[in-house]
Design a binder for this molecule. Structure first.
Ligand SMILES: [Fe+2]
Length: 147
């Protein structure tokens, strides 16, 4: 299905971002040392896991093969996140806020390349990610006002 392949490739790229976020949140939530941030990361990791599941299903529906890992870029982002987490919640938050922001932009930039059904799915995913950005931002501002 050459026509679907374009959609499948785009969805796989978006899936990579979800897998990266999910892994980072899962692996750093208990390192950075702030209970409120731990709870946020655990909750958002579940959201990204759900997004990954939805994208994986959609890729299957289109007859494609979903990626299963975020590969080398994912592994490298993971290492950076662990280092930041060890330095404390504000360092980690700065990195992952940037990651979420990039993720939302990737969805915004690529949504027009998708078929209508995938677009609808991507819109739902973006809603959740906007919520993540808003809540990370609130938490980062609370952090700053404490110093
Ligand atoms: Fe998110």
């Amino acid at each position: 299905m050459p026509d679907n392949q374009r959609y499948i490739d785009t969805l796989n790229e978006l899936l990579k971002g979800e897998l990266m976020a999910m892994n980072i949140y899962k692996e750093t939530d208990d390192i950075q040392g702030d209970e409120q941030v731990t709870a946020m990361l655990a909750e958002f990791a579940r959201d990204h896991q759900e997004h990954a599941r939805l994208l994986t299903n959609r890729i299957h529906e289109l007859g494609g093969t979903p990626i299963e890992t975020a590969g080398l870029p994912g592994a490298m982002a993971d290492i950076t996140a662990k280092v930041n987490a060890l330095m404390g919640p504000s360092h980690l938050l700065e990195q992952i806020y940037g990651g979420e922001d990039k993720g939302v932009h990737a969805y915004e930039d690529r949504i027009d390349e998708l078929d209508p059904k995938s677009q609808e799915l991507v819109r739902r995913i973006m809603d959740t990610d906007h919520d993540h950005l808003r809540r990370f931002k609130e938490r980062m501002e609370a952090e700053k006002s404490r110093h």
